[in-house]
Design a protein around this ligand. Structure first.
Ligand code: SAM
Length: 241
């Protein structure tokens, strides 16, 4: 009998394996390039939805105040076990009194917000904790990413004492990309269902504006070339209105 658990419960133990194809060092260099390009002050920096803190490994030590956070308690606990501190919080309800000069959120995390209302709540929270001249950057996975790459996400694997299979589907009608993970671990079977919303490129501009934020630039992620609705992944560089 399989037990259905919340995203990033059992998957936490598999995270390193699932993400081993991702060049986090290159990704961290892109974040640092954005900071340089826009001459962003980085005395106070916040990472939202930090996952298994892969980027943090490369960015730690760069900023005097560097707070990392994620919704998954299991991911946060794993991080604490390694001796670091982070905050377990939902980006739709941020628990910070301080304001940040730079806020970043990477790798499709924003797509975990499933409705326009949720996206607005998150942007509104960012707006509240971003300094007036601060910068927020996030990437969003767009429809071409789901359409072009869905096949590669159908996979099976073994890692440590885990056996898993991932079933990935994109529903063009409701714009939801679902990743179902069936995981066996120590004779227990689990299912995690990860649902991500693929918003249209232009929706981001409108919802950011509603939340008191403006798009300074929007690039094809990992480049400084302008993004378009045909891009697979768009990197938003955002300031306050
Ligand atoms: C695809 S992972 C990316 C993690 C990390 N940024 C990386 O680059 O590896 C998505 C992350 O978003 C987090 N997440 C999903 N919804 C969230 C929310 N509402 N608030 C904060 N974090 C959230 C998940 O717990 C997960 O760690």
């Amino acid at each position: 009998m399989e037990k259905i658990v919340k995203p990033y419960t059992v998957l936490t133990g598999l995270y390193d394996n699932l993400m081993e194809y991702v060049d986090y060092e290159g990704w961290s260099e892109y974040i640092l390039d954005i900071i340089d390009e826009y001459e962003i002050d980085t005395n106070s920096v916040l990472e939202l939805a930090a996952g298994n803190y892969k980027l943090y490994q490369f960015l730690r030590g760069n900023f005097p105040l560097h707070i990392v956070s994620d919704l998954s308690l299991n991911l946060v606990k794993t991080f604490h076990e390694r001796g670091d501190k982070s905050v377990c919080c939902d980006m739709k309800s941020l628990p910070f009194n301080t304001k940040f000069e730079f806020i970043y959120c990477t790798f499709d995390s924003i797509n975990y917000l499933l409705t326009e209302e949720e996206l607005f709540f998150a942007f509104n929270e960012v707006s509240k904790v971003l300094k007036n001249d601060g910068v927020f950057t996030f990437d969003a996975s767009l429809e071409n990413n789901s359409i072009n790459n869905v096949k590669e996400l159908n996979r099976k694997g073994k890692y440590l004492n885990y056996d898993y299979s991932q079933i990935s589907e994109y529903n063009v009608e409701d714009k939801i990309h679902t990743n179902k993970f069936i995981i066996s671990n120590d004779n227990e079977n689990y299912i995690e269902i990860h649902r991500q919303r693929v918003f249209h490129f232009v929706d981001y501009f409108r919802i950011l504006d509603d939340a008191g934020l403006r798009v300074i630039d929007c690039f094809d992620t990992f480049t400084f070339d302008n993004a378009s609705p045909d891009s697979e992944r768009a990197q938003f560089i955002v300031g306050k209105i």
